[in-house]
Design a binder for this molecule. Structure first.
Ligand SMILES: Cc1cc2nc3c(=O)[nH]c(=O)nc-3n(C[C@H](O)[C@H](O)[C@H](O)COP(=O)(O)OP(=O)(O)OC[C@H]3O[C@@H](n4cnc5c(N)ncnc54)[C@H](O)[C@@H]3O)c2cc1C
Length: 580
């Protein structure tokens, strides 16, 4: 593929995917060598629990385990905590949420239990939650108040304005049936005897008030496509685009692919401190403030959180986990190991193949990853302001805009990417966090993060290291269509290709959710049918990251659920040992 002409090849490109972590004491000052010496000389080499990976789920799990009194250590391969929920320096004096960038579904229970506010977490609700500018000068915001959004929609279609209110009411109602399953395991379809009856009762309780009509709708959301749903309900292409701009992020599938409609419900699960359905928040200090607060909470409960401590192997004897071995050979023992790394990294990369049933490994190999996204983060000399932005828009409103023109455009984009090619035009989601957070950019500068899809992880021709500038050029071109003079304002840029997501952030095949969020990989199918309860075929080994139910996004839910599962199993085993 021929690289398109770059708008500006004289950019001061500061490509350091690894920067310093906000809130962590200078992470680069600790080399692997010194860390290990410290580990060997000052830290115990035996704990009650080891958590592999200091992503937000690993940290959440560790905090709950430590709160329950278990001596706990978190071992993170990178020199900073946070996984895909980090703030990093992208140019001198400028920091950005280099991967995830908006907090929408972080569980209020986790925020409260871990006292994240006391550990410095602050959020500013996005208002609007999203907005789509169009090239003819129109702009459509999605306000937190549905009535206000409906009035915006009225400019394009009176019919859609009232349909919108009905659709939102209905979606919110359906989402409430799923909400409780966020912080509990999905129904155990493999339970037998009393367990089976208990599971049936639990499901019956959750869905006791659901009507026949709603069951039909739920099935349609699970199996139908976003595009078909929107075509059926709305007449204005702009309204459909607004819904699109809120959905299918990180998904391997165009908006007309069956199973994409479920995202409409996912986004209406409540989040934020005040449990608002459809919450969107900027995190002050960037997303890394979430994981910095979680690490502080875990430490306050007594956990050790170690960085630059890559786990090479999860050790086991006779089908039971015994601890881990770090890449430098240090062995740490524990009867309980939780992995916050994705299922492929965990089971194919860290567990000896002789310790797992062959068919289990085979099924793990079949988990669909193949992430379709990338990220380009900018430092700008001027605020990037789409031409369509109203003159009187306040800084919060000016802090986000999504550049995607239509359902058809997105579908074509996906079709190109799925064949291993980089589309000539991209879907770009921009957040100018420095408009609402003055801790990120140096005086007079702005920081803008741009999430990009659809791009292929597996390129048909060339490598991502060769295509880095192509990606950067396409993003700059796209933003320039909407923001006059954009290219001239770029002072630095960090390009995170799908390969960087794997190499730097440890996400297999760049999948931001540790496995595609398709219905066949959700609920009691996540990570695999029969293993949706956080346990694994190795006794004492649990999966606590986004690869487990309920999946990806910065929620803390898999970490919460896995820790509670492990603690319940431990209580049961102790009771049995005592003969109770
Ligand atoms: C570009 C991008 C944009 C996103 N945007 C959003 C967004 O705006 N909002 C949202 O809610 N979600 C977003 N997401 C998704 C969300 O960030 C992730 O799904 C979520 O952070 C996953 O958290 P986790 O703790 O389960 O796993 P991770 O964050 O992946 O953490 C796993 C950790 O394990 C570590 N690890 C792996 N192997 C080892 C080993 N051998 N030894 C030690 N440590 C190891 C890794 O280094 C990593 O720190 C985005 C993700 C990306 C990448």
């Amino acid at each position: 593929m021929q690289p398109p002409r770059l708008l500006s090849l004289t950019l001061d490109v500061y490509r350091s995917p690894i920067g310093s972590s906000y809130g962590d004491s200078d992470p680069r000052s600790t080399s692997v060598e010194t860390k290990v010496v410290r580990l060997a000389s000052q830290r115990p080499n035996r704990y009650d629990a080891i958590v592999v990976g200091a992503g937000h789920n690993g940290l959440t799990a560790a905090a709950y385990l430590a709160r329950a009194g278990l001596s706990t250590v978190v071992l993170e391969r990178r020199e900073i905590v946070g996984g895909a929920c980090v703030t990093e320096q992208i140019a001198p004096g400028c920091r950005a949420s280099t991967t995830s960038y908006i907090a929408s579904m972080l569980r209020p229970e986790v925020i409260r239990d871990l006292r994240l506010a006391d550990h410095g977490l602050r959020m500013v609700p996005c208002e609007p939650g999203l907005q789509v500018p169009f090239l003819d000068g129109e702009i459509l915001p999605w306000w937190s108040d549905d009535r206000r959004t409906s009035e915006e929609i009225r400019r394009f279609s009176a019919r859609d304005a009232s349909t919108f209110l009905g659709v939102q009411r209905n979606l919110k109602k359906l989402a409430r049936y799923l909400q409780p399953y966020f912080l509990e395991p999905p129904p155990d379809i493999h339970a037998r005897g009393v367990g089976r009856a208990r599971e049936a009762l639990r499901a019956a309780r959750r869905f006791r008030s659901i009507s026949g009509e709603e069951i039909g709708q739920m099935v349609a959301f699970l199996t139908g496509s976003l595009g078909d749903y929107l075509d059926r309900n709305f007449e204005s292409d702009r309204v459909k685009t607004l819904y699109l701009a809120n959905n299918v992020y990180g998904k391997h599938g165009g908006p007309y692919q069956p199973g994409t409609a479920i995202g409409l419900l996912f986004h209406l699960l409540s989040g934020g401190e005040h449990e608002v359905q459809g919450f969107y928040g900027h995190v002050v200090g960037g997303m890394g403030s979430i994981t910095a607060a979680m690490a502080a909470a875990a430490r306050a409960f007594g956990a050790d959180v170690l960085t630059s401590a890559p786990v090479a192997r999860i050790d086991a004897r006779g089908g039971t986990v015994t601890g881990v071995t770090l890449e430098d050979g240090t062995e740490i023992a524990a009867p309980l190991v939780m992995s916050g790394a994705d299922p492929k990294r965990t089971f194919l990369g860290m567990v000896d193949k002789r310790d797992l049933p062959e068919d289990f490994r085979h099924d793990v190999e079949g988990i669909k990853m193949d992430g379709p996204c990338a990220k380009v983060n900018f430092v700008l000399s001027r605020e990037p302001r789409p031409a369509a932005m109203p003159e009187d828009a306040d800084p919060n409103r000016r802090s986000l805009f999504t550049l995607v023109s239509s359902l058809e455009f997105a579908e074509r984009c996906y079709d190109t990417a799925k064949m291993g090619e980089i589309p000539s035009e991209l879907w770009v989601d921009c957040v100018v966090a420095s408009n609402v957070d003055d801790t990120l950019a140096a005086e007079g500068k702005h920081v803008m993060t741009s999430f990009v899809q659809y791009v292929p992880f597996h390129l048909r021709e060339g490598t991502w290291d060769q295509m880095r500038d192509v990606l950067a050029g396409l993003v700059v071109s796209k933003v320039s269509e909407y923001v006059p003079g954009f290219a001239d304002t770029i002072e630095a840029m960090q390009v995170v290709t799908p390969l960087d997501l794997e190499r730097t952030y440890g996400l297999t095949e760049g999948n931001i959710f540790h496995g595609d969020l398709n219905p066949e990989q959700l609920f009691f199918m996540r990570p695999l049918p029969g293993w949706a309860n956080y346990r694994t075929p190795l006794r004492g080994l649990y999966l606590c990251g986004a690869g487990a139910h309920p999946g990806g996004g910065v929620t803390g839910a898999p970490g919460f659920n896995a820790a509670h599962r492990a603690l319940a199993d431990r209580r049961k085993a102790n009771k049995k040992r005592r003969g109770g």
